[in-house]
Structure formats: C-alpha cells, structure tokens
Design a binder for this molecule. Structure first.
Ligand code: ATP
Ligand code: MG
Length: 425
C-alpha cells in the first residue's frame, strides 16, 4: 500500500457532518447583508504580492511573516490573499466602482496566513468581509457595527460578545502621538521584550497590541491616543459613540486597541469573547480612509470589518436542529429488481411534484433489514417502502423513523399528497 497523502497543517476539511452549520451561518449572513442593502462581490484568491505589501504595510505580522508568496511560471510574485480588504478595493478601483458613487459590499471565502496552527488560528480560514466606500460621517461606522450586532443577535450569541472601540485619528495625529509614545517607551526600555524593541524602531503603535502579558503594566501606563485627537477626529468618534448610545448598543472604549494592519484611521473596533480562550476576537474592523489613495484611487473614504467564520461557528452552542438541517426527509427502501426499477421512477416523480422534498433513495440493493439500517443512519424522518407485495398491489408503505410507530399503506398515487401533509408537521 502506498503512503497516504494528508492535508496541509492548519488547512482543514469541512466534513459533511459540519457543513450544515456552515450553510446555516452563511445563509443567515447573506440574509442580513441584504437587509442592509449590501451587495456581494467575488474576488480572486491570488493577487500580486505588491498589493498586500502596499496596503497592509511592510511592518505588520501579515507581511513580515505570514504570507503565502510564490513565483508563478512567468516569474511574477503572487500571494494567496491573507485578507480581503486589499483585493476588494483593488477590484473597485479597477472597475471604476468608486467613481462618483458609494458602495456597500461583502464577500466570503478562504484566507491564507502562515501562522502557528492552534485552536482558532489556522493557515487556511474563512472570513466574511464587509466594506463601505465613499461615506465620510460616523453614521456608516455605526451602521456596520449595528449590522454585526444583528448577526450576533440572530445567531443567539450576542451575550457572549463585547464591543471594544477606539479611534486612531488621522495619520498626522498618529505621527505626533507616535513621537510621544516613543519617548515613553524609551523611558522603560528594560521592560520591553525583543519584539517590542524592534517595533519601537519600525511601528511603535504595535507595541500596544502586544500579546505578551509581561508588558501589560507598561502598556497600561502609556499615553492615550484618544487624548491626542484633534477636533475633527474627536467629533467623529463622539458622533459614533452617541449614535451607539441612542440605540442602546453597549460598548467599551479601549484606548489600547490599535489593530494589526497599518491602513486604519479613526474608528477601529473588535467584537471579543471570553468563550474561545486566547483567540477571542471574532470580528474586527474600522475605517481606512487613506488606503484608497494609497492604491492609486482618488481621495475617498472606506470603512469595513472582517469576521472569522471558524471562530464564529465555534461559538454557536451545540444544537441538534442546526446539525440536522441537511438530513433527508424521506428514505426510499426498495427490495427486489422490479421494486428497484419502480422506485427510481417514483422518486423522480416525487421530486418533480415536491421540489423542496429531500428524498434519498436506497442504491446498491440489500435486504429489508439492511436497508432499514441505512434509512435510520441517513437521519431521514420517514421511510417509504417498496417490496414485492407492494409492487403487485400498486401500494407503498410509509413508516416513521422517529420513535412514533406510525405506519401506513398507501396507493402509489396518494404518496405525494401524504408526504405533503407529513412535511407540514
Ligand atoms: P489576531 O490578533 O487574532 O491575529 P488579526 O488582527 O490578525 O487577529 P484580522 O486580520 O483583523 O485578524 O482578521 C479578522 C478576523 O479574522 C479575526 O478577528 C479572526 O476572527 C479571524 N482570523 C484572523 N486570522 C485568523 C486565523 N489565522 N485563523 C482563523 N481565524 C482568523
Ligand atoms: Mg493575526
């Protein structure tokens, strides 16, 4: 026997037992996107490496160490997308979608980052990305937060998530703040770890984002960015908070929230849970006004978020109803050659008449006993039974597979109306 080839570490199959959950969540997300007037955009998984370098920033975890970059046969440097914001904006600029107009868009799909695989952190994972372009005021920031809040409520997990929010100001405000921050951290050099010392030279704000618990006290004492905001940024932030207040949406202002990507400006937010261990951020986003110009567009504004689907699905409680969604309604048992042949015809007829019926047919023969076993295993609620005597009589048996010992014999012509009434229960 030759050696089995296995999947790549950190890249997971989603098996048939798990896909009902995914489909349930995906359908719910799609419905809510529609409810807010957002439209789907589908984007390539591979982009030019420069796109990510220019947008995400050279001194970020993603670009420094997480990208799957390779040369294709032409010698071009390509990268499997580590996130969707850059590609979405690239597509909009390429197709003129931002020309004198606003856009509200979403996309869903795989992202790739070469991280150390662990619970909630994978090398291939899925995100829902939502982006809104061309709207300046805090109303659109509020809308995106409300939209995400509705997702949690509709999924029944709003109580496990809390909203953390901050403002990073404009790039001018940030660079003034950066100077103050550098002065502060230079006074505490011996308390910093190796990574932070490096960040101090390249991207000192990212020290605030450090996951090293030893740095917590020193970070808590650092000057606050919010205090460095000037009037316009302050008004934007307050405008957002007052909208959330009026809607009764609870939040925590976290002045240390900086986000790992360079392109953010003003609003940043994260939805965080304590229920997932170390990987507690389910959804993260903010405003990134500068990115449009940085990617060669005319000055414009942008705000968006990305939601980690694996972490979201992990948060959903175990629910049989959720997992049974893909089970068939009916399993069709047929014993004997003539019964098998008739069953195929009957099944097609039922699918014509009842397009929402989920009917699984026994294939591959077998005795009544073995076919009933398969019927049980299929998760179907009812079995239709076609044997030699039924064929002779022009009848078909119907049996419940869920405890109730209901059984009936019907004329073949009555099956579809009988199933209709059973399905309505
Ligand atoms: P972290 O601080 O956890 O590394 P991040 O800032 O890199 O997160 P973003 O780029 O903002 O994450 O991605 C948005 C969301 O996508 C995260 O909040 C998370 O839910 C999910 N996510 C990010 N990286 C991964 C991964 N490697 N595996 C699974 N989900 C991920
Ligand atoms: Mg990360």
């Amino acid at each position: 026997m030759s050696e089995k080839i296995q999947a790549i570490r950190g890249m997971h199959d989603i098996l048939p037992t798990q896909t009902p959950r995914w489909q349930y969540v995906e359908n719910l997300l799609r419905r809510v996107m529609g409810a807010y007037g957002y439209q789907e955009i589908r984007l390539p998984i591979v982009e030019k490496t420069d796109l990510f370098k220019r947008s995400i920033g050279e001194v970020t975890d993603i670009v420094e160490k997480e990208m799957y970059t390779f040369e294709d046969r032409n010698g071009d440097s390509l990268t499997l997308r580590p996130e969707g914001t850059a590609g979405c904006l690239r597509a909009c600029l390429e197709h003129g979608l931002l020309y004198h107009q606003t856009q509200r868009l979403w996309y869903m799909g795989q992202m790739f980052r070469h991280e150390r695989p662990q619970k909630g952190r994978y090398r291939q994972f899925h995100q829902l990305g939502v982006e809104a372009y061309g709207m300046v005021g805090p109303d659109i920031d509020a809308e995106l937060i409300l939209l995400s809040y509705r997702l949690w409520r509709d999924l029944g997990i709003d109580r496990t998530l809390r909203l953390e929010i901050n403002s990073l100001g404009t790039s001018e405000e940030r660079s003034r703040y950066r100077e103050r921050l550098v002065v502060y951290f230079k006074e505490h050099l011996d308390a910093l770890d190796e990574e932070s010392l490096r960040r101090l030279e390249t991207n000192p704000l990212r020290i605030l984002d450090s996951k090293n618990p030893d740095l917590r006290a020193i970070i808590a004492g650092a000057p606050s960015l919010i205090e460095a905001l000037q009037e316009e940024s302050r008004a934007h932030f307050e405008g957002l908070l007052s909208r959330l207040d009026r809607l009764g949406l609870p939040y925590v202002v976290n002045p240390r929230l900086v986000r790992g990507l360079d392109y953010y400006s003003r609003t940043v937010f994260e939805w965080v849970t304590d229920a997932l261990g170390a990987q507690g951020t389910v959804c993260a986003g903010g405003r990134y006004d500068g990115l449009v110009e940085q990617l060669g567009g005319k000055e414009s504004t942008a705000v968006g978020f990305a939601l980690g689907m694996e972490r979201l699905i992990e948060l959903l409680l175990n629910s049989e109803a959720l997992d049974a969604a893909a089970d068939p309604d009916v399993y069709l048992i047929a014993v004997g050659d003539e019964a098998e042949a008739l069953a195929l015809i009957l099944a097609e007829g039922l699918r014509d008449e009842l397009p929402t019926l989920r009917l699984q047919m026994n294939c591959g023969g077998g005795s009544f006993k073995s076919q009933f076993k398969r019927a049980d295993k299929s998760g179907a609620r009812w079995a239709l039974i076609l044997g030699e005597s039924e064929v002779l009589e022009g009848t078909i048996g119907v049996k419940s597979l869920r405890g109730e010992s209901e059984q009936a014999v019907l004329a073949v012509g009555d099956v579809s109306s009988h199933l209709t009434s059973l399905l309505q229960r």
